[in-house]
Ligand binder design. Structure first.
Ligand code: HEM
Length: 446
């Protein structure tokens, strides 16, 4: 692995660490504003946390593609575009955090930094596309599911990123409804775009772990891809709930999202059944991350089904259930696949037995914490919805009283998540920079 890729991946992992630290701080800032308002108010910590999270996911996804595309497209010599992408991307993200530190905002929703920084981000993305598409176009392997997913994700990220910035044109701001509809639609589709990039890596890993390339070529896989593409284009239906649209648009969007997940679970089951015990053991750490992602796909599917029932949605919409849905997917699915993808590329399976034991413990700490974290958000959402809609309590403090208690459990579980995932980040960083030094028992015996 080149030094610049090591640096890029380390940057992605540090973004994950920052996400966790800002997340814990923002949860306590929300619960105890008197202690935080002077130095680190929630309104500052939230964008710091959410931007770090989104940049972690996109940087991690591109890092995996940059590395694995070399093998898939048999890259002999790198062009100048990928290094240009890495440097422009990293410097702009640093500028984003410097702006936040100086309390400079001006952007929208998850991209709250000064919008001028979207220009270098866009330029960086164009460099990335120039470093990717010519290779993809030339190579025979361009029709494997993972290559198509990577390509679709990269292209649609560009489209949705531009769409996400349309509010900067006066015409879109003239009508509040128009502006918000385009915003939410773009955000929903952008999630679909990064999912394509991440699922691409997931499919790639499934073929490498099992040694079975057909896992990336069957009819079911291509159908899954088209479902994902449709989801990417139309899932915005359920992202614009507060905007007056026809009910059937939301229902179709929901149905597509859920069918996509059902298919993914089915494909992973197929992968598991094809994986021999020996191969599973040889790649156990990567395998465990992938299987954990499967479990979270299932859990989020259940939540999405519940949320789509109108009688339930009436109480839950806009509550912490939406946050549970957002974090359940970005942590449980995206982060797990990315940790699997980065781990596999740095050869995490060859760590010392001691490091592997620590990884196992921290993995379980992270999963148990994430479970408590997620359940408390769901309970907080139900409580809030019930007290405001069914009990019609209008006094905010009174309505939130029991919700705050549940959110305290959420914040404490957040510390567990920080401990578990934070330790994994540190082990990964050590493995990247110190190399994977000692392996298995033969080395330990020497
Ligand atoms: C890999 C780790 C994490 C990722 C990817 C992540 C991602 C996100 C995302 C995407 C949102 C926006 C949700 C929305 O607007 O609906 C969010 C909000 C939030 N997250 Fe996280 N998160 C992570 C870890 C944590 C941790 C460890 C905590 C600590 C308790 C935390 C606390 C929060 C809080 C307090 C909010 C704001 C919720 C609100 O505005 O009501 N997050 N996170």
């Amino acid at each position: 692995m080149t030094i610049s890729l090591k640096g890029f991946l380390s940057f992605a992992l540090l973004l994950l660490l920052a996400t966790l630290i800002f997340g814990v701080l923002s949860s306590f800032a929300f619960l105890y504003p008197v202690y935080f308002n002077k130095f680190l108010p929630f309104y500052l910590l939230r964008p710091l946390h959410v931007s770090a999270a989104i940049f972690w996911i996109i940087t991690g996804a591109t890092g995996c593609i940059i590395y694995y595309r070399k093998e898939v497209f048999e890259v002999k010599k790198e062009t100048v575009f990928i290094p240009l992408f890495k440097i422009t991307w990293v410097i702009t993200i640093l500028a984003v955090f410097i702006s936040y530190a100086g309390k400079q905002f001006g952007g929208k929703e998850y991209w709250e930094f000064p919008p001028i920084l979207c220009i270098p981000l866009l330029v960086a993305w164009l460099f990335f596309m120039l470093g990717y598409f010519p290779l993809w176009k030339k190579h025979d392997n361009k029709m494997s599911a993972y290559s198509i997913m990577w390509s679709t994700g990269i292209l649609f990220f560009l489209i949705t990123f531009i769409e996400q910035n349309l509010w900067q044109i006066q015409w879109f701001r003239q009508s509040y409804l128009r502006e918000i509809t385009v915003q939410w639609k773009a955000n929903g589709s952008m999630v679909g775009a990064w999912n394509q990039m991440i699922y691409g890596t997931f499919f790639f890993l499934m073929t490498r772990l099992s040694g079975d390339e057909t896992l990336a070529r069957g009819k079911k896989v291509y159908f899954f891809y088209f479902l994902g593409l449709t989801n990417l284009m139309f899932n915005w239906g359920h992202h614009i709930y507060n905007v007056p649209t026809a009910g059937w648009i939301r229902h179709v969007a929901y149905a597509i999202s859920m069918t996509e997940w059902l298919f993914l679970i089915n494909i992973i089951q197929g992968f598991k059944s094809k994986l021999s015990e020996r191969r599973k053991l040889n790649h156990f750490i990567t395998y465990r991350f992938l299987i954990t992602a499967e479990i979270w796909v299932f859990i989020n599917l259940l939540l999405a089904i519940a949320m789509s029932i109108p009688a339930i949605n009436r109480y839950t919409h806009g509550t912490h259930i939406t946050v549970a849905h957002a974090m359940g997917t970005t942590i449980g699915i995206n982060t797990m696949i990315l940790l699997g993808g980065i781990g596999y590329m740095i050869g995490i399976e060859r760590l010392t037995a001691r490091a592997k034991r620590i990884l196992t413990i921290t993995h379980y700490v992270a999963q148990v914490s994430l479970g408590i974290f997620w359940v408390s958000l769901v309970i907080a959402g139900i409580l809030k919805g019930y007290r405001s809609v069914a009990m019609n309590i209008t006094d905010f403090q009174l309505m939130m009283k029991p919700v705050f208690q549940v959110l305290t459990v959420f914040a404490i579980a957040g510390i567990g998540l920080l401990t578990g995932l934070g330790a994994i980040v540190i082990i990964y960083l050590q493995a990247i920079w110190n190399g994977i030094r000692i392996t298995t028992d033969e080395n330990n015996k020497r």
